[in-house]
Write a protein that binds this ligand. Structure first.
Ligand SMILES: [Zn+2]
Length: 113
């Protein structure tokens, strides 16, 4: 997997994750704004807090999604090269566990976090 391909995936995940976060935040924060109105807690401060949470939700979750994508790509690359998926140690001479970090060889191959 080339670096350009990895970074294209990471950038795509940033925007997809950000979009999902904005859509979710629009639903949740709209509900929260209604509750604030109904309960009489509506002030400039509460309005600003709701708006701030909405605005930062996209970039924050976008970064989390991008970091996950990068981690998955690095693990996949390590697996293809015969290296430990967790620490990148060369496992070509090892049978059951990574001698560096103790991760069972092949145990995390199917695990998608
Ligand atoms: Zn390892």
């Amino acid at each position: 997997m080339s670096h350009a391909r990895i970074w294209r995936g990471v950038i795509a995940q940033f925007f997809v994750g950000g979009l999902i976060a904005y859509l979710t935040a629009a639903l949740v924060m709209g509900f929260v704004a209604e509750i604030i109105q109904i309960t009489g807690l509506h002030t400039k401060t509460t309005e600003a807090i709701v708006a701030l949470i909405f605005l930062i939700s996209g970039p924050v979750y976008g970064c989390i999604s991008a970091a996950r994508e990068y981690r998955d790509c690095v693990r996949e690359q390590n697996k293809q090269r015969g290296f430990c998926m967790e620490c990148g140690y060369d496992l070509r001479e090892s049978r059951h566990r990574c001698p560096e970090c103790g991760t069972p060889i092949g145990a995390r191959a199917d695990k998608k976090v």
